[in-house]
Design a protein around this ligand. Structure first.
Ligand SMILES: [Mg+2]
Length: 270
C-alpha cells in the first residue's frame, strides 16, 4: 500500500468510515477484483474477494456498487454474491439494482451502423476471439498477442475506429490491452457524479479501479472520497492510494469490514 496524495490520512479515513451515516464501496471489476483472463467470461474474482465482499454486505450499511465497461448482466454472474450488488455496466449506460434495470436509451441509427461496421472489421482483421460486442459499443483485445503484433493491431484499430466514428456520437477509447468505441459521455466519472448526488450527506465513499477508464472516476471523486489504484505496477494516476492485488486489496477490504463491523449502525448485524 502506498499513499499517493500528500497529507492523506488512511487511518483517519477508516475512522470516519466507522462513524459515517452511510458507506459506499464502488468497484471496477476486471483487473481490480478479478485477474485478466484470455476468456473474458471466465474472469472470476481473486480467491477471498467474494467472501470479503459478502461479509461487508452482511455487516450492513455499505452500499456495494460495481462499475464496468462490461454489460451489467455479465457482471452479476461473475461476481457471484448471494445479494446482488448495484451494477453500472457499459461505462454507466446501464444501471441494475434491486432487480430493476435502467438504460440510457438506444443509440442513434448512425452509431449502431458504425458499431456494426467496426465489429465486422475487427473479426476480419484480428479474428472473432479478439472481438467483444457490447450492447452499446465494440472492443478489440490484444492482451494475448506478442508485443509487435499488438502494436500493429493497435495502430490499425485506432485509425479505423477514428474514421468510422467521425460525425457520430461515439468516441474511441484506449484501455490496457485494447481499444474500444463507446457513446460519448458514458464514462465512470459520470457514474461517480450521479452516485455522489444520491448519497446522504457525509457518506464515506471509496472507488477502486485499475485502468485508464477509472481515471475519470478518480477525478470525479477528488476531494469527496478515497480513490484507489489497484494494480501490480504503479503508473501515473490521479488516485490517492495504490494497492497491489490481491494481498493489499484483501487487506483494504478487511479494514473496510472491520470499520463497518465496529460502527454503531452495523454492530450486531450479520
Ligand atoms: Mg478494470
Amino acid at each position: 500500500m502506498r499513499l499517493l496524495r500528500q497529507g492523506l490520512d488512511l487511518d483517519g479515513f477508516f475512522e470516519r468510515l466507522r462513524d459515517a451515516p452511510a458507506r459506499a464501496l464502488v468497484l471496477d471489476y476486471d483487473g481490480t477484483l478479478a485477474p485478466f483472463r484470455e476468456r473474458r467470461e471466465s474472469a472470476l474474482p481473486y480467491p477471498g474477494v467474494r467472501e470479503m465482499l459478502h461479509a461487508i454486505q452482511a455487516a450492513g450499511e455499505t452500499l456495494l456498487v460495481l462499475v464496468s465497461g462490461r454489460p451489467a448482466e455479465s457482471l452479476e454472474g461473475l461476481i457471484g454474491l448471494s445479494r446482488a450488488p448495484e451494477v453500472w455496466g457499459s461505462h454507466g449506460r446501464e444501471r441494475s439494482r434491486d432487480g430493476r434495470r435502467e438504460t440510457g436509451g438506444e443509440l442513434p441509427e448512425a452509431d449502431r451502423r458504425a458499431l456494426s461496421v467496426l465489429a465486422g472489421w475487427i473479426a476480419g482483421e484480428a479474428g472473432e476471439s479478439a472481438l467483444e460486442r457490447k450492447p452499446f459499443g465494440v472492443a478489440v483485445h490484444w492482451r494475448d498477442r506478442a508485443p509487435l503484433d499488438a502494436a500493429r493491431l493497435r495502430q490499425r484499430a485506432i485509425e479505423r475506429f477514428r474514421s468510422a466514428t467521425a460525425g457520430t456520437d461515439l468516441e474511441v477509447l484506449e484501455f490496457e490491452g485494447g481499444v474500444e468505441v463507446r457513446p460519448r459521455g458514458d464514462h465512470k466519472g459520470a457514474v461517480i457524479e450521479r452516485l455522489l448526488e444520491e448519497f446522504p450527506r457525509g457518506a464515506a465513499v471509496a472507488y477502486l479501479g485499475d485502468d485508464q477508464t477509472d481515471e475519470d472516476a478518480f477525478a470525479a471523486l477528488a476531494g469527496k472520497g478515497l480513490s484507489v489504484l489497484v494494480r501490480k505496477a504503479l503508473r501515473p494516476t490521479a488516485a490517492d492510494l495504490w494497492l497491489k492485488p490481491p494481498e493489499e486489496l484483501l487487506e483494504f477490504l478487511r479494514r473496510w469490514l472491520e470499520a463497518s463491523s465496529l460502527s454503531s449502525s452495523g454492530r450486531g448485524k450479520g
